[in-house]
Design a binder for this molecule. Structure first.
Ligand code: NAD
Length: 480
């Protein structure tokens, strides 16, 4: 019998008010294994009422008490790490060991980080000599909405919820309909951790229905969203005339700029990771690999050799890559490989579905794929694919590399590989991207601002940026 995922509203687990459900598929076996509520406006209305009821007590709680509850949630996520990692792997298709090492520990770290951040936080005071003293109060906003995607389900869901709760807001949150399971289990973690009823409400269902209803609700005053750029546009069009605060973390087409003077072995190992970790389904994956022409052939052959060693297979085993998120996503990847060939590209390796025998025979698996021979301007190198496909493009000069890197509508992240410290900084400063890694990738310090430029987003998450986003600054001026 399939498992039933429920909404979490006013401290209780319940089905949607209309009683309808959506099938949830395990992408590694291509079969339905659970159902989730197809929530609607009515559920959002109920959740907002619960949140408003809980708000005065939660926002008025001392920082120490709020922090203690959030630390308890972190403790309980850690205690249930194995169970959550298994659930994440089944729901998303990612290798279980990855969920166990990255996704779930990070979800706990998100709560722990913001639980501690509010305790250490201080506000500004400004003295106008002889005239007045000003201080800045940071008030919680009230009821806020958090909407997240399927690629790092619990990791990104908690990255929004934790700072929203820590700053004293009550939250209406919606995970992706493709990966609802760990958000459902989080409901249970919150109940066992003693989070007061109504403080966090988790609604499941389609983006265009319950997601849209969250964005439209007049009493939800801020929306923190991570997802696709087109969805972000729709969301902004709804929220802007209502003067809602908006944080949008959107798509990317991230460049890896590799100079010949880099540490070759370290670069190679990390570039394989930055291309194919989580099946390439990370917004920060480097999909355009720009390589200095002086060692282009050496790079291509070493890279392809290394990629050919990656193992695609049953995510519950020790594989490098598991299943893609859905049948539709698999079709999208196939479409882009065909497009690459049409545009004149050559498949250096991959470019095919992978058939796994046994349990995963009907799953959605695709080989890590490397394309060469395409100019930076073609559609394949401009549009976000969000899968296990990268393109290698040679460059002659630093200027050419920077121009190509910036020649995209996106601006999320970029990676630079060089041993020349002066060049590293100069190139970093000229890149139009919110996050720059030099000689590394996905090394994250939760205190740093996180987010994209251009079509990759509006606003920043992380550290003080998140604490600011989820609060309203109020200036209080006292005449001396
Ligand atoms: P998506 O935009 O389809 O969905 C994201 C979330 O928005 C889901 O919960 C979905 O149900 C909801 N949604 C859809 N339509 C909505 C609407 N009209 N109103 C409100 N909510 C709506 O994105 P996805 O396919 O789940 O995720 C992949 C995308 O997310 C990629 O573009 C990727 O780059 C991006 N992403 C960005 C970051 C980042 O930090 N910048 C991180 C991870 C993923």
């Amino acid at each position: 019998m399939s498992q039933q995922i429920l909404n979490y509203v006013d401290g209780e687990l319940k089905p949607s008010k209309n009683g309808t459900t959506i099938d949830n598929i395990d992408p590694s076996i291509g079969r339905v294994y659970s159902t989730l509520p197809a929530s609607s406006t009515e559920d959002v209305n109920g959740a907002v009422l619960a949140a408003k009821k809980a708000l005065p007590q939660w926002s008025g709680l001392s920082i120490e008490k709020r922090s203690k509850i959030l630390h308890r949630i972190a403790d309980n996520i850690e205690a249930r790490r194995e169970e959550l990692a298994l659930a994440e792997s089944v729901d998303n298709g990612k290798p279980k060991h990855l969920a166990n090492q990255i996704d779930i520990p990070r979800a706990a770290a998100n709560f722990r980080f913001f639980a501690s951040a509010i305790v250490g936080n201080s506000t500004d005071a400004n003295v106008m000599e002889g005239q007045a003293v000003n201080y800045t109060r940071r008030k919680s906003i009230g009821v806020v909405g958090c909407i997240s995607p399927w690629n790092l389900p619990l990791y990104l869901f908690t990255w929004k919820i934790a700072p929203a709760l820590a700053t004293g807001n009550c939250v209406i949150a919606k995970p992706s309909e493709l990966t609802p399971m760990t958000a459902f289990l989080l409901s249970d973690v919150c109940i066992e951790s003693g989070l007061p009823a109504g403080v966090l409400n988790i609604l499941h269902g389609y983006g265009a229905e319950v997601g849209q209803a969250i964005v439209e609700h007049p009493e939800i005053k801020a929306i923190s969203f991570t997802g696709g750029t087109n969805t972000g546009k729709k969301l902004a069009a709804t929220a802007a005339p209502m003067f809602k605060k908006l944080s949008l973390e959107l798509g990317g087409k991230n460049p890896n700029i590799i100079f010949e003077d880099c540490d070759f072995d370290e670069m190679l190992e990390t570039t394989v990771r930055s291309s194919f970790t989580n099946q390439g389904e990370i917004c920060l994956c480097g999909s355009r690999i720009l390589v200095q022409n002086t060692f282009y052939d050496r790079f291509c052959s070493a890279f392809v050799d290394r990629v050919n060693k990656l193992v695609v297979g049953d995510p519950l085993t020790e594989v490098s890559m598991g299943a893609l998120i859905s049948y539709d996503h698999l079709q999208k990847i196939k479409y882009y490989v065909a497009l690459a060939k049409e545009e004149g590209g050559t498949v250096l390796t991959g470019g095919r579905e992978v058939r796994i025998s046994g349990r995963c025979a009907e799953g959605y698996f695709y080989a890590p794929t490397v394309i060469a021979g395409l100019g930076n301007g073609c559609r394949f190198n401009q549009e976000e694919i969000f899968g296990p496909i990268v393109s290698i493009i040679p460059f002659k000069s630093e200027d050419e590399a920077i121009n190509m890197a910036n020649d995209t509508t996106y601006g999320l992240s970029a990676t630079i590989w060089t041993s020349d410290v002066k060049r590293a900084h100069n190139v970093a400063h000229r890149l139009e991207a919110g996050v720059i890694w030099i000689n590394c990738w996905l090394l994250r310090d939760l205190r740093t601002p996180f987010g994209g430029m251009k079509a990759s987003g509006v606003g920043r998450e992380g550290g003080d940026e998140a604490l600011r986003f989820f609060t309203e600054a109020q200036n209080v001026c006292i005449k001396l």
